[in-house]
Design a protein around this ligand. Structure first.
Ligand SMILES: [Zn+2]
Ligand SMILES: [Zn+2]
Length: 244
């Protein structure tokens, strides 16, 4: 399984960058996790839109879904140019009917996942847990042939995340805030909480994502390393994780 960071900013994209979006690949399969603002443009440096098999969304905040509409237009134009009728499935939990139904389009198909039942897409097995966030949001545990990536999506820290992330090869954890700050009201984690989570869950590697527009991101890494002694990286665009 291979994961490439397409966008890792929280809230809005910095110049020439994107908010939350990750490309998951295994053999011929290519899946997008979240599709934030700027993501469609940055994505095309790595793959073409017609190569994407499916999209899985964590929740309906703009920094995770803003480019869904652009993706639908891109899929439509691909249908017209290539003369096919392929509809790309976009999976999300159906907590918000109007947001969910907007995933349906002539070139895309809205599909609901039930968080307690998990989801299988091609070779990828997904498990979900609802996070602590103002809008319903789901962290994802994604496994293929014994390799596991856990993506926290947006959340403040809560104890059950530790069991959910247990033993992951890669933990992609949202670090919207720095040491000493309180993310519990907006529903986000600090670097310190990410480090503790990675240590308690005994993961192999920690990547910090959903990065803030203030402070020095290198401090996030140092703060997480106070608690987790494995590899800690910033999830910068183009960073890849791969285990075959
Ligand atoms: Zn959010
Ligand atoms: Zn977000």
């Amino acid at each position: 399984m291979k994961l490439t960071v397409i966008g890792s900013w929280g809230a809005y994209p910095a110049a020439n960058a994107a908010t939350s979006c990750y490309l998951l690949e295994h053999k011929d399969w290519k899946i997008l996790i979240d599709l934030g603002s700027g993501a469609l443009s940055r994505l095309q440096q790595y793959v073409t839109v017609d190569q994407i098999n499916a999209v899985v969304l964590s929740h309906f905040h703009h920094d995770h879904v803003a480019d869904v509409g652009s993706f639908q237009y891109a899929c439509l134009i691909d249908q017209q140019l290539q003369k096919h009728e392929r509809e790309v499935p976009i999976y999300a939990a159906r907590d918000d009917d109007s947001a969910f139904l907007a995933l349906d389009h002539v070139a895309t198909d809205a599909r609901a996942y039930k968080p307690d039942e998990g989801l299988q897409i091609g070779p990828f097995s997904f498990d979900f847990i609802q996070t602590k966030h103002p809008k319903p949001c789901y962290a994802m545990r994604i496994s293929v042939e014994g390799t596991t990536i856990v993506y926290t999506a947006d959340t403040s820290y809560f104890a059950e995340l530790t069991g959910f992330a247990e033993g992951a090869d890669l933990l992609l954890a949202e670090s919207s805030f720095y040491y000493g700050m309180d993310g519990s009201v907006p529903g986000h984690m600090t670097s310190e909480e990410c480090g503790k989570l990675a240590a308690d869950a005994e993961v192999q590697q920690l990547w910090l994502t959903h990065l803030p527009h203030f402070g020095d991101h290198k401090d996030l890494v140092q703060e997480a390393k106070q608690h987790f002694h494995g590899s800690v990286k910033l999830a910068e665009e183009g960073l890849t994780f791969q285990i075959d």
